[in-house]
Design a protein around this ligand. Structure first.
Ligand code: NDP
Length: 313
Protein backbone atom coordinates (compact mmCIF):
# COMPACT_ATOMS: atom_id res chain seq x y z
CA UNK A 1 0.00 0.00 0.00
CA UNK A 2 1.33 3.47 -0.92
CA UNK A 3 1.43 5.67 2.17
CA UNK A 4 0.09 9.19 1.86
CA UNK A 5 2.44 12.04 2.75
CA UNK A 6 1.11 13.98 5.74
CA UNK A 7 1.87 17.59 6.56
CA UNK A 8 1.01 19.36 9.78
CA UNK A 9 0.63 23.14 9.80
CA UNK A 10 1.25 24.89 13.14
CA UNK A 11 1.25 28.67 13.20
CA UNK A 12 -1.51 29.89 15.48
CA UNK A 13 -3.19 31.72 12.58
CA UNK A 14 -6.93 32.02 13.31
CA UNK A 15 -7.49 31.43 9.57
CA UNK A 16 -5.20 28.47 8.86
CA UNK A 17 -6.98 27.81 5.56
CA UNK A 18 -5.07 30.80 4.15
CA UNK A 19 -2.07 28.47 4.35
CA UNK A 20 -3.47 24.99 4.07
CA UNK A 21 -5.44 25.64 0.86
CA UNK A 22 -2.34 26.77 -1.07
CA UNK A 23 -0.20 24.01 0.50
CA UNK A 24 -2.78 21.47 -0.66
CA UNK A 25 -2.83 23.02 -4.14
CA UNK A 26 0.97 22.81 -4.34
CA UNK A 27 1.11 19.27 -2.96
CA UNK A 28 -2.18 17.66 -4.09
CA UNK A 29 -0.88 14.21 -3.19
CA UNK A 30 -0.47 15.18 0.50
CA UNK A 31 -2.88 15.20 3.42
CA UNK A 32 -2.66 18.59 5.13
CA UNK A 33 -3.62 18.87 8.80
CA UNK A 34 -3.90 21.87 11.08
CA UNK A 35 -2.39 21.43 14.55
CA UNK A 36 -4.78 21.42 17.43
CA UNK A 37 -3.90 20.19 20.92
CA UNK A 38 -7.27 18.39 20.95
CA UNK A 39 -6.94 16.63 17.59
CA UNK A 40 -5.49 13.11 17.46
CA UNK A 41 -1.84 12.70 16.43
CA UNK A 42 -1.72 12.61 12.65
CA UNK A 43 1.68 10.96 12.33
CA UNK A 44 2.94 13.71 10.06
CA UNK A 45 5.96 13.46 7.78
CA UNK A 46 6.62 17.21 7.69
CA UNK A 47 5.76 20.11 9.98
CA UNK A 48 5.43 23.69 8.70
CA UNK A 49 5.66 25.88 11.78
CA UNK A 50 5.87 29.30 13.35
CA UNK A 51 6.46 29.33 17.11
CA UNK A 52 5.06 25.83 17.65
CA UNK A 53 4.22 24.46 21.12
CA UNK A 54 6.50 21.81 22.60
CA UNK A 55 3.53 19.37 22.55
CA UNK A 56 3.88 19.20 18.76
CA UNK A 57 7.18 17.36 19.07
CA UNK A 58 5.93 15.20 21.94
CA UNK A 59 3.09 14.01 19.73
CA UNK A 60 4.56 13.94 16.21
CA UNK A 61 7.44 11.49 16.51
CA UNK A 62 7.82 10.52 12.84
CA UNK A 63 8.67 13.91 11.33
CA UNK A 64 11.25 13.85 8.54
CA UNK A 65 11.84 17.63 8.61
CA UNK A 66 10.57 20.82 10.22
CA UNK A 67 10.10 23.95 8.07
CA UNK A 68 10.18 27.33 9.82
CA UNK A 69 7.94 30.04 8.37
CA UNK A 70 10.67 32.65 8.71
CA UNK A 71 14.35 33.33 8.05
CA UNK A 72 15.12 33.92 11.73
CA UNK A 73 15.22 30.68 13.68
CA UNK A 74 15.77 32.14 17.17
CA UNK A 75 12.13 31.57 18.28
CA UNK A 76 12.06 27.95 17.08
CA UNK A 77 15.35 27.12 18.78
CA UNK A 78 13.76 28.03 22.11
CA UNK A 79 11.37 25.08 21.85
CA UNK A 80 13.17 22.71 24.24
CA UNK A 81 12.33 19.43 22.50
CA UNK A 82 12.91 20.57 18.91
CA UNK A 83 14.19 17.39 17.26
CA UNK A 84 17.88 17.46 16.44
CA UNK A 85 18.11 14.33 14.34
CA UNK A 86 16.08 15.69 11.40
CA UNK A 87 16.59 18.77 9.21
CA UNK A 88 15.23 22.02 10.60
CA UNK A 89 14.87 24.30 7.60
CA UNK A 90 14.61 28.12 7.54
CA UNK A 91 13.32 30.36 4.75
CA UNK A 92 15.96 31.54 2.33
CA UNK A 93 15.16 34.96 0.90
CA UNK A 94 11.59 34.09 -0.21
CA UNK A 95 11.04 37.66 -1.37
CA UNK A 96 12.40 39.23 1.84
CA UNK A 97 15.88 40.32 0.73
CA UNK A 98 14.65 42.75 -1.91
CA UNK A 99 12.29 44.34 0.61
CA UNK A 100 15.10 44.67 3.13
CA UNK A 101 17.36 46.23 0.50
CA UNK A 102 14.59 48.72 -0.34
CA UNK A 103 13.96 49.56 3.34
CA UNK A 104 17.64 50.20 4.05
CA UNK A 105 18.26 52.08 0.79
CA UNK A 106 15.23 54.29 1.50
CA UNK A 107 16.66 55.39 4.85
CA UNK A 108 20.22 55.78 3.60
CA UNK A 109 18.98 57.96 0.74
CA UNK A 110 16.73 59.96 3.04
CA UNK A 111 19.64 60.90 5.30
CA UNK A 112 22.46 61.20 2.78
CA UNK A 113 20.44 63.19 0.22
CA UNK A 114 19.15 65.66 2.87
CA UNK A 115 15.55 64.61 2.28
CA UNK A 116 14.68 65.30 5.92
CA UNK A 117 15.92 68.89 5.48
CA UNK A 118 13.91 69.35 2.26
CA UNK A 119 10.82 67.96 3.99
CA UNK A 120 11.13 70.53 6.78
CA UNK A 121 11.78 73.30 4.22
CA UNK A 122 8.65 72.23 2.34
CA UNK A 123 6.64 72.64 5.53
CA UNK A 124 7.77 76.27 5.71
CA UNK A 125 7.55 77.15 1.98
CA UNK A 126 11.33 77.45 1.75
CA UNK A 127 13.23 77.00 -1.55
CA UNK A 128 16.86 76.45 -0.58
CA UNK A 129 19.38 74.24 -2.36
CA UNK A 130 21.99 72.35 -0.35
CA UNK A 131 25.32 71.04 -1.53
CA UNK A 132 25.31 67.80 -3.57
CA UNK A 133 26.05 64.53 -1.82
CA UNK A 134 29.66 63.43 -1.42
CA UNK A 135 29.26 59.68 -1.55
CA UNK A 136 32.62 58.91 -0.05
CA UNK A 137 31.49 60.60 3.16
CA UNK A 138 28.65 58.04 3.50
CA UNK A 139 30.39 54.71 4.08
CA UNK A 140 27.92 51.98 5.01
CA UNK A 141 28.72 48.86 7.03
CA UNK A 142 26.50 45.80 6.85
CA UNK A 143 26.62 43.30 9.73
CA UNK A 144 25.86 39.84 8.30
CA UNK A 145 26.43 38.82 4.70
CA UNK A 146 23.81 36.12 4.34
CA UNK A 147 20.80 36.15 2.05
CA UNK A 148 19.64 39.51 3.37
CA UNK A 149 22.93 41.25 4.17
CA UNK A 150 24.44 40.47 0.77
CA UNK A 151 21.44 41.86 -1.07
CA UNK A 152 21.46 45.02 1.08
CA UNK A 153 25.20 45.50 0.56
CA UNK A 154 25.01 44.97 -3.21
CA UNK A 155 22.08 47.36 -3.60
CA UNK A 156 23.95 50.14 -1.79
CA UNK A 157 27.14 49.39 -3.72
CA UNK A 158 25.13 49.76 -6.96
CA UNK A 159 24.16 53.21 -5.73
CA UNK A 160 27.92 53.87 -5.45
CA UNK A 161 28.12 54.32 -1.70
CA UNK A 162 31.29 52.88 -0.18
CA UNK A 163 30.09 49.59 1.34
CA UNK A 164 31.73 47.34 3.93
CA UNK A 165 30.43 43.97 5.06
CA UNK A 166 31.16 41.79 8.09
CA UNK A 167 30.35 38.12 8.66
CA UNK A 168 31.70 35.17 10.59
CA UNK A 169 33.49 33.77 7.54
CA UNK A 170 35.21 35.49 4.63
CA UNK A 171 32.91 36.47 1.74
CA UNK A 172 33.40 37.98 -1.68
CA UNK A 173 30.71 40.45 -2.70
CA UNK A 174 31.18 42.60 -5.77
CA UNK A 175 31.73 46.25 -4.88
CA UNK A 176 31.89 45.49 -1.14
CA UNK A 177 34.98 45.38 1.06
CA UNK A 178 34.50 42.48 3.42
CA UNK A 179 35.72 41.73 6.94
CA UNK A 180 35.44 38.46 8.87
CA UNK A 181 35.30 37.41 12.50
CA UNK A 182 35.76 39.15 15.84
CA UNK A 183 39.37 40.09 15.02
CA UNK A 184 38.24 42.30 12.15
CA UNK A 185 35.11 43.77 13.74
CA UNK A 186 36.81 46.90 15.12
CA UNK A 187 38.41 47.71 11.76
CA UNK A 188 35.04 47.27 10.03
CA UNK A 189 33.26 49.53 12.54
CA UNK A 190 35.94 52.20 12.23
CA UNK A 191 35.10 52.55 8.51
CA UNK A 192 31.35 52.80 9.07
CA UNK A 193 29.08 55.84 9.21
CA UNK A 194 25.79 53.99 8.62
CA UNK A 195 25.63 50.61 10.36
CA UNK A 196 23.00 48.13 9.15
CA UNK A 197 22.37 45.04 11.26
CA UNK A 198 21.14 41.95 9.38
CA UNK A 199 22.59 39.32 11.74
CA UNK A 200 20.60 36.35 13.04
CA UNK A 201 19.99 36.27 16.80
CA UNK A 202 22.33 33.75 18.42
CA UNK A 203 24.11 33.58 21.78
CA UNK A 204 27.12 35.21 20.06
CA UNK A 205 25.21 38.10 18.49
CA UNK A 206 22.77 38.92 21.32
CA UNK A 207 23.52 42.47 22.65
CA UNK A 208 26.07 43.07 19.88
CA UNK A 209 24.69 46.58 19.26
CA UNK A 210 26.07 47.95 22.51
CA UNK A 211 27.79 51.13 23.69
CA UNK A 212 31.27 49.88 22.85
CA UNK A 213 30.21 49.03 19.30
CA UNK A 214 28.39 52.34 18.84
CA UNK A 215 31.39 54.35 20.03
CA UNK A 216 33.62 52.47 17.59
CA UNK A 217 31.70 53.83 14.58
CA UNK A 218 32.48 57.12 12.86
CA UNK A 219 31.25 60.04 15.02
CA UNK A 220 27.54 60.86 14.63
CA UNK A 221 26.85 57.51 12.99
CA UNK A 222 23.44 56.21 11.96
CA UNK A 223 22.21 52.81 13.17
CA UNK A 224 19.68 50.74 11.22
CA UNK A 225 18.49 47.57 12.97
CA UNK A 226 16.48 45.10 10.92
CA UNK A 227 17.84 41.96 12.61
CA UNK A 228 16.24 41.30 16.00
CA UNK A 229 15.40 43.51 18.98
CA UNK A 230 17.67 41.47 21.26
CA UNK A 231 20.70 42.55 19.24
CA UNK A 232 20.34 46.07 20.62
CA UNK A 233 21.10 47.15 24.17
CA UNK A 234 18.39 49.80 24.37
CA UNK A 235 19.87 51.89 27.23
CA UNK A 236 23.18 51.98 25.35
CA UNK A 237 21.47 53.45 22.28
CA UNK A 238 19.85 56.19 24.41
CA UNK A 239 23.24 57.00 25.94
CA UNK A 240 25.05 56.96 22.57
CA UNK A 241 22.44 59.35 21.15
CA UNK A 242 22.66 61.69 24.16
CA UNK A 243 26.45 61.78 23.84
CA UNK A 244 26.31 62.34 20.05
CA UNK A 245 28.01 59.07 19.02
CA UNK A 246 24.81 58.12 17.19
CA UNK A 247 22.87 60.88 15.41
CA UNK A 248 19.94 58.82 14.11
CA UNK A 249 18.61 55.32 14.53
CA UNK A 250 16.11 53.41 12.43
CA UNK A 251 14.61 50.49 14.33
CA UNK A 252 12.28 47.88 12.87
CA UNK A 253 12.64 45.24 15.60
CA UNK A 254 12.42 45.50 19.37
CA UNK A 255 12.97 43.43 22.51
CA UNK A 256 9.28 43.77 23.24
CA UNK A 257 6.88 43.79 20.30
CA UNK A 258 4.54 45.62 20.02
CA UNK A 259 6.78 48.37 21.41
CA UNK A 260 4.95 49.56 24.57
CA UNK A 261 3.27 52.96 24.19
CA UNK A 262 5.30 54.36 27.10
CA UNK A 263 8.68 53.16 25.78
CA UNK A 264 11.27 55.98 25.83
CA UNK A 265 12.12 55.40 22.13
CA UNK A 266 8.77 56.91 21.10
CA UNK A 267 9.79 60.22 22.67
CA UNK A 268 13.15 60.44 20.89
CA UNK A 269 12.98 62.33 17.56
CA UNK A 270 16.32 60.79 16.54
CA UNK A 271 14.75 57.32 16.41
CA UNK A 272 12.59 56.23 13.48
CA UNK A 273 10.33 53.31 14.38
CA UNK A 274 8.56 50.79 12.15
CA UNK A 275 6.52 47.83 13.47
CA UNK A 276 8.66 44.90 12.22
CA UNK A 277 7.76 45.45 8.57
CA UNK A 278 11.15 45.90 6.87
CA UNK A 279 10.63 42.57 5.10
CA UNK A 280 7.14 41.08 5.15
CA UNK A 281 6.78 37.37 4.67
CA UNK A 282 5.10 36.67 1.35
CA UNK A 283 2.89 33.59 1.63
CA UNK A 284 3.07 32.45 -1.99
CA UNK A 285 6.86 32.74 -2.14
CA UNK A 286 7.28 30.99 1.21
CA UNK A 287 5.00 28.10 0.41
CA UNK A 288 6.46 27.61 -3.07
CA UNK A 289 9.91 27.35 -1.47
CA UNK A 290 8.83 24.99 1.32
CA UNK A 291 6.76 22.66 -0.82
CA UNK A 292 9.55 22.58 -3.43
CA UNK A 293 11.92 21.40 -0.70
CA UNK A 294 9.45 18.78 0.53
CA UNK A 295 9.27 17.42 -3.00
CA UNK A 296 13.07 17.40 -3.22
CA UNK A 297 13.38 15.50 0.09
CA UNK A 298 10.77 13.00 -1.06
CA UNK A 299 12.82 12.48 -4.21
CA UNK A 300 15.94 11.88 -2.12
CA UNK A 301 17.58 15.14 -3.22
CA UNK A 302 19.65 17.51 -1.09
CA UNK A 303 18.13 20.83 -0.01
CA UNK A 304 19.62 24.11 1.18
CA UNK A 305 18.58 26.19 4.16
CA UNK A 306 19.14 23.53 6.82
CA UNK A 307 19.87 25.22 10.14
CA UNK A 308 23.05 24.44 12.02
CA UNK A 309 21.45 24.12 15.43
CA UNK A 310 24.71 24.33 17.38
CA UNK A 311 25.66 27.56 15.57
CA UNK A 312 22.14 28.93 16.00
CA UNK A 313 21.41 29.95 12.39
P1 NDP B 1 21.66 34.05 6.85
O1 NDP B 1 21.78 32.87 7.74
O2 NDP B 1 21.58 33.84 5.38
O3 NDP B 1 22.89 35.03 7.12
C1 NDP B 1 23.39 35.31 8.38
C2 NDP B 1 24.70 36.09 8.27
O4 NDP B 1 25.11 36.49 9.57
C3 NDP B 1 25.83 35.26 7.66
O5 NDP B 1 26.59 36.05 6.80
C4 NDP B 1 26.65 34.87 8.89
O6 NDP B 1 28.04 34.68 8.65
C5 NDP B 1 26.47 36.09 9.76
N1 NDP B 1 26.72 35.75 11.17
C6 NDP B 1 26.02 34.91 11.97
N2 NDP B 1 26.59 34.85 13.19
C7 NDP B 1 27.67 35.64 13.15
C8 NDP B 1 28.67 35.99 14.09
N3 NDP B 1 28.68 35.49 15.33
N4 NDP B 1 29.63 36.84 13.70
C9 NDP B 1 29.65 37.34 12.45
N5 NDP B 1 28.74 37.05 11.50
C10 NDP B 1 27.76 36.22 11.85
O7 NDP B 1 20.40 34.87 7.37
P2 NDP B 1 19.46 35.88 6.54
O8 NDP B 1 20.31 36.89 5.87
O9 NDP B 1 18.47 35.14 5.74
O10 NDP B 1 18.63 36.55 7.75
C11 NDP B 1 19.33 37.25 8.77
C12 NDP B 1 18.38 37.65 9.88
O11 NDP B 1 17.52 38.70 9.48
C13 NDP B 1 17.40 36.57 10.36
O12 NDP B 1 18.01 35.65 11.21
C14 NDP B 1 16.35 37.39 11.07
O13 NDP B 1 16.69 37.56 12.43
C15 NDP B 1 16.42 38.75 10.37
N6 NDP B 1 15.19 39.01 9.62
C16 NDP B 1 14.43 40.09 9.99
C17 NDP B 1 13.26 40.39 9.32
C18 NDP B 1 12.45 41.61 9.64
O14 NDP B 1 11.34 41.73 9.17
N7 NDP B 1 12.98 42.55 10.39
C19 NDP B 1 12.78 39.53 8.22
C20 NDP B 1 13.68 38.45 7.88
C21 NDP B 1 14.82 38.21 8.59
P3 NDP B 1 28.58 33.50 7.69
O15 NDP B 1 28.13 33.88 6.30
O16 NDP B 1 30.04 33.58 7.83
O17 NDP B 1 27.95 32.23 8.18
Amino acid sequence: MVSIMKIIFVAGDPKPERWTVPIQALLPEAEVHVWSPDAPTCNADYAIVWQPPAELFEREKNLKAVFNLGAGIDGLLQVPNLPRHIPVVRLEDAGMSVQMAEYVAYHVIKFSRDMTIYESQRAENVWRIHRPIERKTWPIGVLGLGHIGKRVARTLADLEYPVYGWARSQHQVEGVQTFAGQDQLKAFLGETRVLVNTLPLTPETRDILNYELMTSLKPGAILINVGRGEHLVEEDLCRAIEEGHISQAVLDVFRQEPLPADHPFWGMPQIAITPHVSARTLRDDMLAQITGKIRALEAGQAITGIVDIERGY
